[in-house]
Design a protein around this ligand. Structure first.
Ligand SMILES: NC(=O)c1ccc[n+]([C@@H]2O[C@H](COP(=O)([O-])OP(=O)(O)OC[C@H]3O[C@@H](n4cnc5c(N)ncnc54)[C@H](O)[C@@H]3O)[C@@H](O)[C@H]2O)c1
Length: 281
């Protein structure tokens, strides 16, 4: 990264940088990998061993003329993450960008959550975020890279949602963890921020035991923009945080939720219809 001033979209140029994206086999992770490649970055892709979509993500990145390497890893095995990062650094050179995107969720009432299920969510959504960030930041510091750490949280880091006590808690904790990293890493020029999506059309909650059509219809009513996001609609926010454009943004959260958190109560639904005052019908 350079101290020279940039012009226009040059600020977002990631040519010559390498980004590690977790959960890159599908959903938001794939969209983030492709978006970073479009901006010029090479990609290190981490997902579960055997995760089918990784080859598709690699193909999409390579089609853009960028390089992509797969490092299969179960992130919940947190004791293995330092070795993973050391291997990636030795084989691919300095890491400039870390995107802690992998996440897991289960829909369970508070009294149904078992020890196993609680820890399964925490290990991926929180523990892995910490131990991966810890090692990557050490390498960024040793390599004198002005790195970028972006952790994907959720609107659920800020407002509760029933049936997701473990998920909500993991995402809220990831927010404060990120703020702490931001403070500790600032002297090295490394930034740490969160990207908090609202409802995104991905397979994450595919196994949730609920009436999906009815739930999605009800949820859409609560979203001021009136629809779920496509994964690629979160990419612009990521590129801001991952590039020189975001050099002075650290310890922040960037909410990409179609206005959900801005709307305390969908009052307009109960008001008279909107009438344009400039060109009345
Ligand atoms: N989809 C949404 O509506 C939404 C909303 C808010 C936040 N998020 C967050 O965005 C991130 C991405 O979500 P998504 O919707 O793309 O989910 P997804 O389920 O489509 O993809 C998650 C990816 O993470 C991988 N993963 C899960 N556990 C792993 C593990 N132990 N080791 C390695 N890889 C693992 C999965 O294999 C998968 O490829 C998550 O952190 C999620 O909490 C999603």
């Amino acid at each position: 990264m350079t101290d020279a001033p940039h012009r226009g979209t040059e600020r977002f140029d990631l040519t010559g940088r390498t980004a590690l994206v977790t959960g890159a086999a599908r959903g938001l992770g794939r969209a983030f990998a492709v978006g970073l490649a479009e901006a010029g970055a090479d990609l290190v892709l981490v997902d579960l061993p055997g995760a089918e979509g990784v080859t598709e993500t690699i193909a999409a990145v390579e089609e853009l003329g960028r390089r992509a390497w797969s490092y299969p890893q179960d992130l919940s095995r947190t004791g293995e993450l330092a070795d993973l990062v050391d291997t990636v650094r030795a084989e691919r050179g300095p890491l400039h960008i870390l995107v802690n995107n992998a996440g897991t969720a289960a829909l369970e009432r508070y009294n149904e959550i078992t020890q196993e299920s609680w820890h399964a969510v925490m290990r991926v959504n929180l523990d892995a975020v910490f131990f991966l960030s810890q090692r990557v930041a050490e390498h960024m510091t040793a390599d004198r890279v002005t790195g970028r750490i972006i952790t994907v949280t959720s609107k659920n880091a800020l407002v509760a949602e029933a049936g997701l006590a473990h998920y909500n808690a993991s995402k809220a904790a990831a927010q404060l963890l990120t703020e702490t990293l931001a403070v500790e890493l600032a002297p090295h020029g490394i930034t740490a921020n969160t990207l908090a999506p609202g409802m995104v059309d991905t397979p994450i909650d595919g196994d949730f035991p609920l009436d999906r059509d009815a739930f999605e219809a009800a949820y859409r009513e609560r979203i001021p923009l009136g629809r779920y996001a496509r994964p690629d609609e979160c990419v612009g926010a990521l590129l801001l945080l991952a590039s020189d454009a975001g050099a002075y943004i650290t310890g922040a959260r960037l909410v990409v939720d179609g206005g959900v958190l801005a709307d305390q109560m969908p009052r307009t639904r109960f008001m008279p219809p909107y009438r344009n005052t400039v060109r009345p019908e």
